[in-house]
Design a protein around this ligand. Structure first.
Ligand code: ITT
Length: 447
């Protein structure tokens, strides 16, 4: 049985993790159980970053696969504070009571409607072979005006989870009730799903959640046509409620990497792009390149992976994810085609178990981004050209057919038009006009 060290001294956390990740068949042990007391400095600016530091340190010390979590409270009226400083909000030696007092003091005079907050948790597993798996979970709620309840720890007495309509504090919930909705449980459940796929792949079991009758039907179809059936999805505005490069600019601005004025220009561009006044994405790409050019590519990639887990994942449209699953259940191949950056698309591919991606790859020389795109960015007609090249390589020139294409932006029209079943998702007025003219399916995937 594989042993995984959990980078914590808290035995309750280990038990909770064992419970949720039992499906892995792995045994989880704490640092204390291995007689380890060293603790690394958690100085990253994100939950994922700190969880990674803890997991990496435990992996390096023990040589075992290591799992770590990092969590905290994010309060909107305090611009996201205390965030990664949650345990030390009231100072280095702060107690839970002092942290809660400080929180109440900082929120004095803030109305109920403005007291929205969430618990957030990132988990990182570094496997024996150094591969990394990351997951993120949140629990939405608000901050009460006075503490209540005696269960839990930390900010629980002041946190009113939305799922209980703000009527009970987290500290008034029984442990099992908290575990059913907590940020940590959500992050671990998401990790558990990723690991299931991994373990299935290791043991050569088929991983797709297929309805056998539908699978048969499409295998039957494939025998007739002899070709792989492709369903292709654009990301920004189609699967994602929002625009991932703009979210990245915002993150870089919050980190102090991009100054205020250019960040505002990009946000303005984002609005125009959403309204379909702007068609090309080079503005935002160039700004991102400019700010990442002095950063090792490894770190820049991690930043995008963190962005995916912290901001993008929660904005994936449920209807899009359902649609992807339905195509997969029919045995079709799912491809994600986007002008956004490769590390972001890779995470999404992993999450939705897609078969391939077309994305913007940044050129790397000597471990650093050069500021150029490798090849041509997949925008407009280029999306279709690059998808064709990838599918030809995978399945042979006559081995596939583009049956479904989903896009939201007028610039996606080449890709959409090339499919046997073209679908315009939440289209702007130009794409909608075209879709109506051409008789394309129109879908509303907003909530
Ligand atoms: P480790 O030894 O496992 O690192 P930690 O105390 O640093 O434990 P976390 O990173 O999980 O714990 O959380 C940091 C702080 O965020 C924690 O001290 C609490 O103040 C707050 N917090 C996190 N999860 C919480 C929860 O479920 N309920 C209440 N407060 C929580």
């Amino acid at each position: 049985m594989k042993t995984v060290v959990v980078a914590t001294h808290n035995a309750n956390k280990v038990a909770e993790i064992q419970g949720i990740l039992d499906n892995t068949g792995w045994r989880f042990v704490s640092l204390d159980a291995l007689g380890i007391s060293e603790e690394p400095v958690e100085d990253a600016d994100s939950f994922v970053g700190n969880a990674r530091i803890k997991a990496m340190a435990a992996h390096q010390l023990t040589g075992l696969a290591a799992l770590a979590d990092d969590s905290g409270l994010v309060v909107d009226a305090l611009n996201g504070r205390p965030g990664v400083y949650s345990s030390r909000f009231a100072g280095e030696d702060a107690t839970d009571a002092l942290n809660n007092q400080k929180l109440l003091k900082e929120l004095e005079g803030v109305s109920e409607a403005q007291r929205t907050a969430r618990f957030a948790c990132a988990v990182v597993l570094i496997d024996e072979d150094d591969s990394e798996h990351t997951a993120y979970g949140e629990c939405e709620g608000s901050i009460a005006k006075a503490p209540a309840g005696s269960h839990g720890f930390g900010y629980d007495p002041l946190f009113l989870p939305q799922l209980y309509n703000g009527t009970r504090s987290m500290a008034e919930l029984l442990p099992a009730e908290k575990n059913a909705i907590s940020h940590r449980a959500r992050a671990l459940t998401s990790l558990s799903q990723q690991l299931e796929t991994l373990i299935d792949a290791e043991t050569q079991k088929p991983t797709q959640l297929t309805d056998s009758s539908e699978q048969f039907e499409s295998d039957e179809d494939r025998r007739v046509s002899g070709k792989q059936s492709l369903a292709v999805f654009d990301l920004d505005g189609t699967i994602l409620e929002g625009h991932s490069p703009v979210l990245l600019v915002y993150k870089l601005y919050r980190m102090g990497v991009i100054p205020f004025a250019p960040a505002m220009r990009i946000l303005w561009w984002g609005i125009r792009y959403k309204l379909r006044f702007s068609m090309e994405q080079s503005v935002v790409r160039e700004r991102i390149f400019k700010s990442l050019v002095h950063c090792p590519a490894k770190d820049a990639n991690k930043l995008m992976v963190d962005l995916y887990h912290e901001k993008i994942r929660q904005r994936l449209r449920p209807k899009a994810l359902k649609c992807i699953k339905e195509h997969q259940a029919r045995g079709e191949r799912v491809f994600l085609v986007s002008a956004s950056f490769e590390p972001i698309l890779e995470q999404l591919m992993h999450d939705v178990k897609a078969d391939g991606i077309v994305a913007t790859r940044m050129e790397v020389v000597d471990g650093y981004y050069t500021g150029n795109v490798e090849g041509t960015p997949p925008e407009g007609e280029e999306k279709l050209i690059q998808l064709k090249a990838l599918a030809d390589e995978r399945y042979g020139e006559d081995g596939w057919e583009l049956n479904w294409a989903y896009g939201d932006h007028f610039s996606d029209r080449f890709l959409i038009a090339a499919a046997a079943h073209p679908v315009a998702v939440n289209p702007g007025s130009r794409l909608q006009r075209l879709a109506l003219q051409q008789g394309w399916q129109i879908e509303d995937w907003s909530h």
